[in-house]
Design a protein around this ligand. Structure first.
Ligand SMILES: C[S@@+](CC[C@H](N)C(=O)[O-])C[C@H]1O[C@@H](n2cnc3c(N)ncnc32)[C@H](O)[C@@H]1O
Length: 367
């Protein structure tokens, strides 16, 4: 199923993406596409598998997107080496342990470049003390074989954390080591190496801008922290409580004192900026005090809603990180009326899939 995921096939698939992007965006006056490569294999830091039980045996399975048929996954070449090792060690360990394997239907792995691993085990049964005792022993065995491993158990209305439900990642950006807490089940960029390229690219396009940075969809502060030194202040906004909590922690652990993060949706933030509504969550922040020249957006696949798009179009400079070329194209139709694209980058965050990550830097037209 994954025989095409080889170093030899890497460049041709990337070239296909470059051509498809340049065709899709042909109507815009774009600069040359900057290309940022991934490792051809073992680049994905998170992976989720269903479990298949057959008599006394159990396997990881995935489903064929076209035929919907299940297939057995013994190794997953796009996932990190640590995840591949953990897949085997975990199954071999729990295969003969009734309490651990019974009614286990999914396992999620979250690994880091820094060598940590969090395993989430999802069950169709309540998790009792016996399960917890056996899982602690499992965690200790995995620790001796795999390094720093944590396990979280999930069942209906239940989440059991043994020690931690997060990993600590370290990303290297232009010679700086940046620390990020990444919590189970919250958004993190899946390809750590390409994420480092994205952060470095965003740093380079915003170098020497000064002023303040307003950021929509800031997640755990991935860009906020990497870009903080380029700006006087950073104001990040994000809807997920878990990600906002991580962002606050990450600001402290990276010793940044010029970043504020607010838990607010981009739609609500646009309303606050337009003076249409006031929010208690923004009570400590004087929105009139910020310099609104540079904005960074990294929206989900749906792209920017109309109000956020309108808000963003008021800024002099826009950094737009996109994981969906089609919604990016729609949004660019509006933004290119007022802004010119200065940089256009393809980040190969998802090799051997149809997904394409893009970075666009725009500045306001002078007329
Ligand atoms: C593609 S992720 C980017 C996160 C972050 N910039 C990063 O690099 O890790 C999109 C983020 O938008 C958040 N989000 C989704 N819908 C939102 C909304 N309506 N308003 C604000 N944030 C939203 C998600 O929780 C997620 O953290």
């Amino acid at each position: 199923m994954f025989s095409h995921v080889t170093p030899e096939n890497y460049e041709p698939q990337l070239e296909e993406k470059r051509i498809s992007m340049e065709t899709l965006f042909a109507e815009f006056d774009l600069p040359k596409t900057e290309i940022f490569r991934s490792e051809p294999q073992n680049y994905r830091l998170r992976a989720e598998f269903r479990l298949w039980h057959e008599g006394d045996d159990l396997f990881f399975i995935m489903f064929n997107k076209e035929t919907k048929e299940k297939f057995k996954v013994e190794s997953f070449p796009v996932a990190s080496k640590l995840i591949n090792r953990a897949m085997q060690v975990l199954l071999n360990d729990i295969r003969d342990k009734k309490v651990l394997r019974e009614r286990l239907f999914q396992v999620d792995f979250l690994s880091t470049k820094s060598g940590e691993l969090l395993i989430s085990m999802l069950y169709h049964k309540p998790l009792d003390d016996e399960w917890q005792n056996q899982t602690m022993a499992l965690r200790d065995r995995l620790n001796t074989q795999l390094g720093k491993v944590d396990i979280v158990g999930r069942a209906r209305k239940q989440k059991v954390i043994l020690d931690r439900d997060f990993v600590d990642e370290v990303l290297h950006v232009d010679g700086q080591a940046l620390k990020y807490q990444q919590v189970e089940n919250s958004f993190t960029q899946p390809n750590g190496g390409v994420n480092e390229h994205m952060l470095s690219w965003a740093k380079s396009v915003t170098q020497n801008l000064q002023g303040d940075l307003i950021e929509l969809y800031c997640g755990n502060g991935n860009f906020s922290i990497a870009l903080a030194d380029n700006f006087t202040r950073v104001l990040g906004t994000e809807i997920s409580k878990t990600s906002v909590n991580s962002a606050q922690l990450n600001i402290a652990s990276n010793n940044k004192d010029n970043i504020k993060i607010v838990r607010i949706s981009s739609e609500e933030f646009s309303q606050a900026m337009n003076g249409e509504r006031t929010f208690r969550r923004l009570a400590d922040i004087d929105l009139t005090d910020y310099n609104y020249e540079t904005v960074l957006v990294d929206p989900p696949r749906a792209g920017l809603d109309d109000d956020s798009l309108e808000l963003v179009s008021r800024f002099e400079r826009i950094v737009y990180i996109s994981c969906n070329p089609n919604t990016l194209k729609d949004n660019l139709k509006t933004l290119s009326k007022t802004h010119e694209v200065k940089n256009f980058a393809l980040f190969d965050q998802f090799p051997f899939t149809d997904h394409i990550e893009t970075g666009v830097y725009l500045i306001k037209k002078t007329n």
